[in-house]
Write a protein of this length. Structure first.
Length: 106
């Protein structure tokens, strides 16, 4: 699992969790997080096959120019917002369904 944290936000790594910091303007951090997530799936990282430093360092990734990365992340964030909104709608519909069923059970 890969997650993105804003710079300066406190984060406390554990024995099964580490930190990578992007120190180059050539790579957009959110883009890198998604690329690493995808590469980890391809490498089949899991609880049993951990993403160790050696295994991560063996990964090779390609990144397009920074503008293409930004466009990609903008689209991904747009889709993620659509997913959040759809989930809210599903939750609301589920609640409404439960209310209707409850009325008939009274």
């Amino acid at each position: 699992m890969v997650s993105y944290q804003e710079a300066g936000k406190p984060f406390y790594p554990t024995d099964h969790c580490g930190v990578l910091r992007v120190v180059s303007d050539a790579v957009q951090p959110r883009y890198l997080a998604h690329v690493l997530q995808s590469a980890g799936r391809k490498a089949r990282f899991s609880r049993d096959y951990r993403a160790s430093i050696d295994r991560i360092s063996s990964l090779s990734i390609q990144a397009p120019d920074i503008n293409a990365q930004r466009r990609t992340i903008e689209r991904v964030e747009e889709l993620e917002m659509n997913i959040i909104n759809a989930q809210r709608e599903l939750d609301n519909l589920s609640e409404r369904r439960n209310e209707v069923v409850a009325q008939f059970l009274r």
